[in-house]
Every structure is written in structure tokens, then in C-alpha cells.
Write a protein that binds this ligand. Structure first.
Ligand code: ADP
Length: 623
């Protein structure tokens, strides 16, 4: 049988594991036990629908052979057939292009291992050779996969019992690391207790103990003992669990190298009784907003695993939540299709949603810093939730939303914004743009801020869609400061502007004519202080929405643009003189429009023309 090579990426990861300096090698055992436990879960699930699969008492066995320097972990779970051995152990399913640098820092190493998950390959942290013998349920043949890291081979085997047996040939001690300890049963007992105590299947090992006789003498005997308490962490008494225990469980279940931001462990008794251990991650998974992301919520019934990705029991807008829900009432034989329509599921979902919501509310109120961290990661998810389905869930979520605002650039909730509104203010002002820095440069912003209003910064592309769905908060409509008339001027200011408009009718009409294909109107405005011109849109579609729609390939949807001119700006005054002298001002008008477009974040229609005109003008100015 030929030796096969690992795929390049897998080989690199293997080397990294084998030579890992920073990663705690102890974890190999918990990884293998956790795979064994998954395999037992899978077999159990299969047996629910396939009567030919008999449920033998599920267990995991550990065997140490000091002489051969081996440790063997055996389970009677689903097992793997030849192809699965090849696919699962020969390559790493999650392909990713990670740069394997020569000198890895602790963080690099954690990042890489974290990205791939530690898993089966961690065996090579302590073993120089690994042998996996497996027989899949309902198959006659068993196979053996062997690897000394340089490659692997698969041969047949005569294993009788269904399941998987993994033998590690433990490395020899080196100066830096002592591997011998993994051949001590006391060490293995300790590691199981520490990392795998909650595993729901018995983890058994032969242990040497003393058997006391009636006559008072004792005798050394080997006894099969169960090393783990089998009580899942969520079933334990809260006072017996430390935050470290919770964190540890989370990090190993979700391959997350950072501790959770929030742990929620609770029990509900009543109509629907259940225990839940939920976590809010402190970092957004890298694939969170892609189709690859999988909901990390598991459903159990009385401690028995029912299913992964249990989207039936939590609303989509809380899909960042991870953990387990263990129901006391679910019937175990419930099929997955029925699960979806089940009334009990709906009750469960309502209850879980409610708990997550109230936890977030409390964080927002009492633990603002952490809430903001949460919001940085998952705020967009809540906004989508608010906006989705025409805002059907907006009442649930609206008070959990935050936006950065012109007041110290910090997050505010809508409630906070409204309570800070000026007496005369009737609308909630916002400005949208790519980033806070860009919004701050908008000419339209100056005056509003000068007058002492607070403006919400909409930097998320969903923000403006959101306001178009929810429209108002506390009866105060949302109003873009980049759209239409803001009506901020006093009566006197309005009269003055009317008068200036009269006095400048000629030049305004002229610019309107020059730009007639580009803008729907040209107006004087009090909106700006130091800028000569800006673009606004009418009340319908905003310029920012136009940009978002363009990204969605809706090229034809355009905002109605209005060019606003600042009559108090020197440039305007000089232009008026030129216009009064019947000089051609079309180049200047176009430049003003181009400038305003750039500030609004729009692409120039004809950048080379813009550059040419600008250089000609520069030349004139220099000469
Ligand atoms: P992960 O567990 O994250 O999928 P691993 O590298 O630990 O990654 O394992 C790869 C795959 O090999 C598993 O998904 C599983 O299908 C299979 N596998 C590993 N150990 C066992 C086992 N003891 N019994 C059955 N299948 C196993």
C-alpha cells in the first residue's frame, strides 16, 4: 500500500502542531475525547431513525501501554469508512490561505491553529506516529490509517466492533518537553477531570487500586474506573462553576481563542422547563456575515444531544449567540422535521429570545463598555433584524441600537438622543457617509453643529435603509441633513436669504442652465460656513442611498441632486462680478459642481476634464 502525501496546507499545519512551542500540548486528549463523544452522538442520532443500528452502551476507553509507549483511545461511535478516513484525516477540510511565516509569534500561532481548529491533528503534538483503526456502522470492513507525519497509508483491518480506536505512539522526552507524563495513569486521570469531566459518556480506564480483604490485608488489582463525572457543565450548580470553567468550556467548544464577552447560565421552570448555557462571543467570527457561518447553538433533551445549529430555538437576529439549550420536556424521538413546527419549540424560542434581549438590556444599562464592544461586533446584525421583514421586529430591537453621534463621537441610543434634543427640535438628524471622518468633512454639517444640534453618524450601509423602514422614534421622524430643506433658519435669516436670492437671480439662473443635465435645481443656502457649494438631494432618495444602490448594481436609480451655493463665500461674490460683466462662467460652475460631488463622495463623471480645467486655472493664477 502506497504512502500518500498530505495536502500542502495540512502538512504545514501538522508541522506547526508538532513543533508548537506555545500551545499547551495537554489539550490533545480533550480533542480526541471530544471527537469520540461526537462520534457517539452521531451514532445515537442515526439509531433514532435506523432500527438496524443497535445502541450498545456508549463509552470511551483509554488504555496506556508503558512498554510500547502508547496511549489508545477507543469509542464505539459511528466510525469511519475508508473514504472518510482519507477525507477527514488526510486533508484539512477548511481550506484557507494563511501565511506560514518562519518565526511565528504566540499570536500568529494561536491565529493559525484557531482558524483551522485544533482537532485530530493535535495528536501529533505528543505522538511521533498515530494509528487510527475504524469500522463504520452498517459496514463489514474495517480500515487502518497510519501516519508518522511524513505521509499516511490506509490498509484493511480486522476490527470487529463498530467505532474508532486511535493509538498514539508517544514522543521521547526532549530537553524542553517531557512527554513521559502522558504514559502515567494519574496524569491522564487528571487531564480528563480537568478538560473532559462534563463529557456525557463514561470515559473508562483500567486503574491499579488496592482491594481490601476482610482479613485486613490488601491486594493490588486493576479495576475499570470511570474518570469523568459525566455531568454536563450546564447541569451543575452555578455556585460550583467558576468563570474560568465557563470560559474553558466555551473556548474548547467553539475553537475560540478569546474568552466570551458574556456568559448566561440559567434555568427556567414552568410550562417549558429547560436549562441554558449561552455565550456572547467577544469577537465576531471571521465568516459571520457569510453563508459559511453556522449558528453555534445546540439543542439537548435531558442531557442527550438532539441537534446542532438549532435555529428553531433562537431568532435570526440573535444568531451570534452560542451555547446549549437543554430541555426537560422534549420527546427524544422527535424527528428533525417535526422539530421545526413543534409548538414546544416556539415556546422555547420565545423564552430564549427574551433572555438574550433582557441580558443585552442590562448590559446596555449597567455595563456600557462591554455593550459597546458587543455592538461593535454584532450591532449590524441587530440593525438588519430591525429592518428585515419590513420592520416586523423593530419594537423588540430598536432600543438596543446605538449610533455614533456628533456629541463626542460616542455611541448614543435613540432614547438618549431624543432626551438630549433641543426644545425646538422636531426631528432626529443624521448624516450618512463612508466613515465618521468623511461625514465630518461634509459642508452641510457645519451649520447644524454650529446651531447646537446633535447629529447621528450613519456609517453602516444598512443605517439609512433602516430609517426608511422604521421612519421615526418616539414620534420624531428621522431627517437627513443632506436631504431637502432643514428649516433651521430663523425668520430673519429666511428673509435675508430670500432677498439674496432675488439679488442673485441672474447668476443662479445662469448656473442652473449650465448644469441643467446634472442637477435638478440650484439654490442659495445658509447651510454652509466655509465651503462655497454642496450637493443635497430632495426628500426622496439620498445621495448616499444612490451609492449603496450602485454597489448593488442598480445603476439607474439616481438621487435628485440640488446644488446649494453659499452666497457669503468670497468665491461666490467674485463669480457674481464675472457674471455681471457677461463673462463666461461655465467652467467655474462645472468645477463647483465637481467639487461638491467629490465632497458628497460621488465619482466624477469626467475626471480628465476636471483635471484639465483645474490645471488651466492654476496656470492662469500663477501667471
Ligand atoms: P473537527 O472535529 O473539528 O471536525 P477533527 O480534525 O478533530 O476536526 O476531525 C475531523 C473529522 O474526522 C471529524 O469531523 C470526524 O468526522 C472525523 N473523526 C475524528 N475523530 C473521529 C472518531 N473518533 N470517530 C468518528 N469520526 C471521527
Amino acid at each position: 500500500m502506497a504512502i500518500k502525501q498530505f495536502k500542502t496546507e495540512s502538512k504545514r499545519l501538522l508541522d506547526l502542531m508538532a513543533n508548537s512551542i506555545y500551545t499547551n500540548t495537554d489539550i490533545f486528549l480533550r480533542e480526541l475525547i471530544s471527537n469520540a463523544s461526537d462520534a457517539l452522538d452521531k451514532k445515537h442520532i442515526l439509531s433514532l431513525t435506523d432500527s438496524s443500528i443497535e445502541e450498545t452502551s456508549p463509552h470511551i476507553n483509554i488504555d496506556i501501554n508503558k512498554k510500547d509507549r502508547t496511549i489508545t483511545i477507543t469509542d464505539n461511535g459511528v466510525g469511519m469508512d475508508k473514504k472518510e478516513l482519507e477525507d477527514n484525516l488526510g486533508t484539512i477540510a477548511k481550506s484557507g490561505s494563511f501565511e506560514f511565516k518562519k518565526d511565528l509569534s504566540e499570536k500568529d500561532e494561536a491565529d493559525i491553529i484557531g482558524q483551522f481548529g485544533v482537532g485530530f491533528y493535535s495528536a501529533f503534538m505528543v505522538a511521533e506516529k498515530v494509528e487510527v483503526i475504524s469500522k463504520k456502522v452498517n459496514e463489514d470492513k474495517a480500515y487502518k490509517w497510519t501516519s508518522d507525519m511524513d505521509g499516511y497509508e490506509i490498509t484493511s483491518s480486522n476490527k470487529q466492533e463498530t467505532g474508532t480506536q486511535i493509538t498514539l505512539f508517544i514522543k521521547k522526552n526532549t530537553k524542553e518537553k517531557k512527554y513521559d507524563k502522558y504514559l502515567e495513569s494519574s496524569e491522564i486521570q487528571m487531564l480528563v477531570k480537568k478538560y473532559s469531566d462534563y463529557i456525557r459518556y463514561p470515559i473508562e480506564m483500567m486503574i491499579e487500586t488496592y482491594d481490601y480483604q476482610e482479613d485486613g490485608t490488601s491486594q493490588k488489582v486493576n479495576k475499570l474506573q470511570t474518570l469523568n463525572s459525566m455531568k454536563p457543565i450546564w447541569k451543575k450548580n452555578k455556585k460550583d462553576i467558576s468563570q474560568d470553567d465557563y470560559d474553558e468550556y466555551y473556548m474548547q467548544e467553539y475553537y475560540d481563542y478569546s474568552k466570551p464577552l458574556k456568559t448566561i447560565h440559567y434555568k427556567v421552570e414552568g410550562n417549558t422547563s429547560y436549562t441554558a448555557l449561552l455565550y456572547i462571543p467577544s469577537q465576531r467570527p471571521f465568516n459571520y456575515f457569510t453563508n459559511d457561518y453556522k449558528l453555534g447553538l445546540k439543542l439537548y433533551s435531558r442531557g442527550v444531544f438532539i441537534k446542532d445549529e438549532a435555529s428553531e430555538i433562537v431568532s435570526d437576529y440573535f444568531r451570534f449567540i452560542r451555547g446549549i439549550v437543554d430541555s426537560d420536556d422534549l420527546s427524544l424521538n422527535i424527528s428533525r422535521e417535526i422539530l421545526q413546527q413543534d409548538h414546544q419549540m416556539n415556546v422555547l424560542k420565545k423564552s430564549v429570545d427574551k433572555k438574550i434581549k433582557s441580558t443585552l438590556e442590562t448590559m446596555l444599562e449597567k455595563d456600557r463598555d462591554n455593550y459597546e464592544k458587543f455592538f461593535d461586533n454584532f450591532g449590524s446584525q441587530l440593525k438588519y433584524g430591525c429592518y428585515d421583514n419590513f420592520g416586523i421586529n423593530k419594537d423588540v430591537l430598536i432600543d438596543l441600537l446605538m449610533f455614533k453621534s456628533s456629541k463626542e463621537d460616542k455611541y448614543v441610543t435613540l432614547k438618549e438622543y431624543v432626551s438630549n434634543m433641543k426644545k425646538s427640535q422636531k426631528e432626529i438628524y443624521y448624516a450618512s457617509g463612508e466613515s465618521i471622518e468623511k461625514i465630518k468633512q461634509l459642508p452641510q454639517l457645519e451649520k447644524v453643529l454650529d446651531k447646537g444640534y446633535e447629529v447621528l453618524y450613519f456609517t453602516d450601509s444598512v443605517d439609512e435603509f433602516l430609517t426608511s423602514i422604521i421612519r421615526e422614534y418616539d414620534s420624531k421622524p428621522f431627517k437627513s441633513i443632506l436631504k431637502g430643506d432643514l428649516d433651521l433658519d430663523s425668520k430673519q435669516e429666511k428673509e435675508e436669504l430670500d432677498k439674496k436670492t432675488q439679488d442673485n437671480k441672474d447668476i443662479i439662473d445662469n448656473i442652473k442652465e449650465i448644469l441643467k443635465d446634472k442637477v435638478s435645481d440650484v439654490k442659495l443656502s445658509n447651510r454652509m460656513k466655509s465651503y462655497p457649494a454642496c450637493l443635497v438631494s430632495d426628500d426622496n432618495l439620498s445621495i448616499d442611498m444612490e451609492k449603496v444602490l450602485k454597489q448593488l448594481n442598480q445603476e439607474n436609480v439616481k438621487a435628485n441632486k440640488i446644488l446649494e451655493l453659499n452666497p457669503d463665500h468670497d468665491l461666490f461674490k467674485e463669480l457674481k462680478k464675472l457674471n455681471d460683466d457677461k463673462k463666461d462662467i461655465s467652467e467655474y460652475a462645472e468645477l463647483l459642481y465637481d467639487q461638491a460631488s467629490l465632497m458628497a463622495g460621488l465619482e466624477l463623471e469626467d475626471p480628465s476634464k476636471f483635471a484639465k480645467t483645474l490645471s488651466e486655472l492654476m496656470l492662469k493664477a500663477i501667471k
